[in-house]
Ligand binder design. Structure first.
Ligand SMILES: [Cu+2]
Length: 129
């Protein structure tokens, strides 16, 4: 009788282990840069519900080509950069840009997301080549 219980417990634990390994593994890191066209680098902007982006300042150089990609880590946010006509949201999360002149731009959240919306901003600085 005792052996049976041990067997059942052991089997259940094994099955649970297999289940967790199969279904509960953290997402494999995907190398998003791998699929980029040549000469294009990824500029990923991650928005969160603490009303910040993952960086306060994003930088690039004149002549750089980037794929600007918005990721909403939590909440629903969009980004806009007026002067560069950038407008990204969950429906259109990425756009390719080529910087032709130096400048400093405001990246701001374009979707009313909550109390911190008005100050949800970051900077994009394009440096001379
Ligand atoms: Cu917002």
């Amino acid at each position: 009788m005792h052996k049976w219980i041990m067997f059942i417990v052991f089997t259940a634990a094994s099955l649970l282990g297999v289940f967790l390994l199969t279904f509960n593994m953290p997402d494999k890191p995907v190398d998003e840069s791998a699929s980029l066209p040549e000469g294009v680098s990824l500029m990923k902007i991650v928005a969160s519900n603490d009303f910040t982006f993952n960086q306060e300042v994003f930088t690039a150089k004149v002549g750089d080509k980037v794929l600007m990609k918005l990721q909403n880590k939590s909440g629903v946010h969009g980004i806009k950069i007026d002067e560069l006509k950038v407008s990204l949201d969950n429906d259109t999360p990425e756009t390719q840009l080529e910087f032709t002149e130096p400048g400093e731009y405001v990246i701001y959240c374009s979707i009313a997301c909550g109390v911190g919306h008005k100050t949800m901003k970051a900077k994009l600085i394009i440096e001379a080549a």
